[in-house]
Ligand binder design. Structure first.
Ligand code: 5RP
Length: 259
């Protein structure tokens, strides 16, 4: 209930964990400045412990899903991940859940899937939900067949939620084949209207929400964008309505609309 809005049954998660392998990525060079104004509109923040400890005000009461995997940087073999943050730490930081990446079809797929199994084993002892992220390597096609395979494996190993990418064709089959809620990552920055369309399509085809990062914090107006995405996720806004809301908020015609 702390992750999913009880009215809509969906979640608007804000992903700001990118620095764990990308360093000071565009839009997150000053994490505190970027993240704090967005928090009132997020149901949940997906973040590493380093940014949580150093850049998020202790008075913020947005629930936190903690990124607990890492290892390689963007310069190395990305699938070479392990668990980097303990369950004890997640509990101490009052996280409502923990998340890690699996790399299906990549060099270290077996290790990352085993990481998921170990994390779920430990998390079950504390009733801590686990989000598995289906990271997609450069060589992999982001199609329903691949995303469905990776999402189903994550659920079978015990993930309570799966974050994957949206695909235009047969996304509903990815959702159908996965017995736990699916949220979508936004991927690379695309024009705002296109990102709203993607969120709308994903929700229409059965996604339980979004866990988006770059298409929010790299937007020309991140605070307007998160509210527009949130309107799609929770308020059944059409793409046109949400884009209009974005433009109004951007132009400050609406000073502080909470959707
Ligand atoms: C990186 C992640 C990110 O949280 C995920 O990709 C979501 O962010 P974006 O919407 O920018 O894709 O898991 O591995």
């Amino acid at each position: 209930a702390r992750i999913f809005n009880p009215k809509s049954g969906k979640t608007m998660m804000l992903a700001v964990d990118h620095g764990y392998f990308q360093g000071p990525t565009t839009g997150l060079k000053k994490p505190r400045e970027t993240i704090m104004p967005l928090l009132p509109y997020a149901d949940c923040l997906f973040v590493t412990r380093g940014i949580l400890r150093n850049c998020i005000s202790p008075s913020a009461n947005t629930p936190v899903f903690l990124r607990v995997s890492g290892g390689p940087s963007v310069l190395g073999e990305l699938s070479n991940e392990d668990i980097t943050t303990s369950m004890k730490e997640a509990l101490r930081l009052n996280a409502v859940g923990v998340g890690l990446s699996i790399f299906v079809g990549e060099k270290n797929e077996d290790r990352t899937i085993s990481n998921l199994g170990r994390l779920v084993n430990e998390a079950e002892e504390y009733g801590m939900p686990v989000l598995a992220i289906t990271a997609v390597g450069k060589e992999m096609a982001r199609d329903a067949r691949y995303l469905g395979l990776a999402s189903r494996i994550a659920a079978e190993i015990g993930a309570h939620m799966v974050k994957t990418y949206y695909c235009e064709e047969d996304f509903e089959k990815v959702v159908e084949g996965c017995p736990v809620p699916i949220v979508i990552a936004g991927g690379k920055k695309i024009p705002e209207r296109d990102a709203l369309q993607m969120a709308f399509n994903a929700i229409s085809k059965g996604a339980a929400g979004v866990d988006m990062g770059r298409n929010i914090f790299q937007s020309e107006n991140p605070v307007a964008m998160i509210q527009a995405i949130k309107a799609v996720v929770h308020e059944n806004y059409t793409v046109d309505e949400a884009f209009e809301l974005f433009n109004k908020l951007k132009e400050k015609k609406v000073v502080s609309e909470r959707v």
